[in-house]
Design a binder for this molecule. Structure first.
Ligand code: PRP
Length: 204
């Protein structure tokens, strides 16, 4: 049995459609229910919905042989897994953004609100900027608007959320999209089937 972890939510649904188009179908996965685990006995595969941030944990520990995770989560968690393929779903960017009229004062510690403290830390460490990280769980745009932070490190897709809150991008940090990841020993022992999945995903 090959175990596959997909991120529950919009991105996971896009990725599931890629799997389904490649011939890997798990009936009921897109139904409006609370079920989390779906089996396809013919394929000898099991697919399950996992909170997006947790996909690398399931794959790193081998509960899932493969999974799909956003590059943002991989950069943040740096899991010991193989990143095998860019699934191209959910393309967006990690960026630093601030109020439209923001001017950085290098004399002051920069207050950075983010859901991705490691990405923010690494990014500002590379430029030697001293920062104070404020970790939040979503709706980050509020932080600079209300004065909780100077900047945010967040995901930008269309840019609408920034625009509608009078914020703009100062710098881009990374290109993001869903990636196919594999457990290292699973890739060793189940490499044939994993490579076949990759081939079919690329063909479809
Ligand atoms: C993400 C991200 C931005 C928004 C960017 O939030 O954190 O807020 O999408 O998209 P845009 O550039 O197309 O406007 P999400 O909707 O996932 O919710 P969250 O704020 O709760 O994380």
């Amino acid at each position: 049995m090959l175990n596959i972890a997909l991120p529950k939510g919009r991105l996971g649904e896009k990725v599931y459609k890629l799997f389904s188009a490649a011939g890997y179908e798990f009936p009921g996965m897109l139904d409006n229910n609370r079920k989390l685990v779906f089996e396809n006995h013919e394929l000898q595969m099991r697919c399950f919905w996992v909170k997006p941030f947790d996909v690398p944990v399931y794959v790193e520990r081998g509960t899932a042989d493969i999974g799909a995770a956003g590059k943002d989560i991989l950069l943040e968690r740096s899991p010991e897994v193989y990143e095998l393929m860019d699934l191209k779903a959910g393309a967006c960017k990690m960026a630093v953004a601030a109020k439209n009229n923001f001017h950085d004062d290098p004399e002051k510690i920069l207050r950075v609100a983010t859901e991705f403290p490691n990405i923010a830390q690494n990014y500002f460490a590379s430029s030697g900027r001293e920062i104070d990280i404020i970790t939040l769980r979503g709706s980050l745009e509020l932080a600079p608007v209300l004065g909780l932070s100077d900047v945010i490190v967040d995901i930008v897709e269309t840019g609408t959320t920034l625009r509608e809150n009078n914020l703009s991008v100062i710098n881009f940090i990374a290109d993001l999209s869903a990636r196919l990841i594999a457990n290292k020993s699973a890739y060793k022992f189940k490499g044939d089937i994993i490579n076949e999945i990759i081939r079919k995903l690329k063909e479809s």
